[in-house]
Design a protein around this ligand. Structure first.
Ligand code: CP
Ligand code: NVA
Length: 321
């Protein structure tokens, strides 16, 4: 690795300028998947899953291989982490073999501990609190459809649904970092942690962004460039399925809600989606939906993120040429 050790544990682990560079490189990878291969020699990236995944698993596995590295995919059930080996000890072992560690797990403190004991970059591939890789892909999707990375500052986005989950938190911090007008709407009891809102507001005051948290989905989507939603029941909350479905019906993204956004507004969803619940089939399968580009952009955004974390992009901006 070249340069200072950096991690991506939450969306505000990068500055506005760093995020911009990562997204610019993501655009290069979009245009040419083999644009650069920064993993020289046989370097492995450990990709660990304590929760299920389709997109994150495939995009990191294929992405690391395209970068010239070897993805070592480890499932909780097949590892000693699943039998209670301390995170600290796992970090001490993996850090001696792998060039980076990517981890999908439960509490944010687990990835923080991994990073504390690691001498290689650690990437949060989703925790209960944040999903920063997804938001990088979502910003890349906006850049793809709306005139490039420089078009992001000042753009308005609305996230509607479970506003207390990992996606809501990541849109607040990641969107604020990009200098966007970020609106988040959910029912009482499912609003973001005030500390995260305060952090997003502090970032926005530096980047020229704006933050709005509301219980009114119509206020949130009014005139926005893109509407986002996510499942009402995140991984690990399955036991709450019955109590969680009820408060969210007013927050379904349907044709009526989409008419309040800009006439050419886009729709994104991190997936997996539950048609007829958080989004109607008419919206997710309709002309404004860019969810398949969004899913593909996980690959390009994460390759750019790993290239940045490994120090190559930080050492050599000509990678953007
Ligand atoms: N959006 C996302 O992270 O999808 P997976 O759960 O399939 O990885
Ligand atoms: N909020 C969802 C995101 C899935 C990618 C979850 O955590 O299950």
């Amino acid at each position: 690795m070249n340069g200072e050790l950096r991690h991506m544990l939450r969306d505000d682990d990068v500055t506005h300028e760093e995020q911009r560079q990562i997204l610019e490189l993501g655009m290069r990878f979009r245009a040419d998947r083999l644009h650069r291969r920064p993993f020289e020699g046989p370097q492995a990236v450990a990709v660990i899953f304590d929760k299920p995944s389709t997109r994150t698993r495939s995009s990191f596995s294929i992405g690391v291989a395209e970068l010239g590295g070897y993805p070592l995919v480890i499932d909780k059930s097949g590892s000693q982490l699943g039998r209670g080996e301390p995170v600290e000890d796992t970090a001490r072992v993996l850090t001696r073999m792998a060039s980076a560690i990517v981890w999908r797990t439960f509490g944010q403190e687990r990835v923080e501990t991994m990073a504390e004991y690691s001498t290689v970059p650690v990437v949060n591939a989703l925790t209960d609190q944040f999903h920063p890789c997804q938001v990088l892909a979502d910003l890349l999707t906006l850049a793809q459809h709306r005139g490039g990375v420089d078009a992001l500052p000042g753009m308005s986005i609305a996230y509607v649904g479970d506003a207390s989950n990992n996606m809501a938190n990541s849109y607040l911090l990641g969107g604020a970092t990009a200098g966007m007008d970020v609106r988040v709407a959910g029912p009482y009891g499912f609003l973001p942690d005030p500390q995260i809102v305060a952090k997003a507001e502090a970032i926005a005051s530096d980047t020229g962004g704006r933050i709005l948290v509301t219980t009114d989905p119509r206020e949130a989507v009014s005139g926005v460039d893109c509407v986002f939603t996510d499942t009402w029941v995140s991984m690990g909350e399955e036991a709450e399925y019955a109590i969680r479905s009820k408060p969210f019906w007013d927050y379904q993204v349907n044709d009526a809600l989409m008419t309040l956004a800009k006439p050419d507004a886009l729709f994104q969803h991190c997936l997996p989606a539950y048609r007829g619940k958080e989004v109607t089939a008419s919206v997710i399968d309709g002309p404004r939906s860019v969810v398949w580009d969004e899913a593909e952009n996980r690959l390009h955004a994460q390759k750019a993120l790993l290239t940045w974390l490994m120090g190559q992009l930080r050492a050599d901006e000509s990678l953007l040429a």
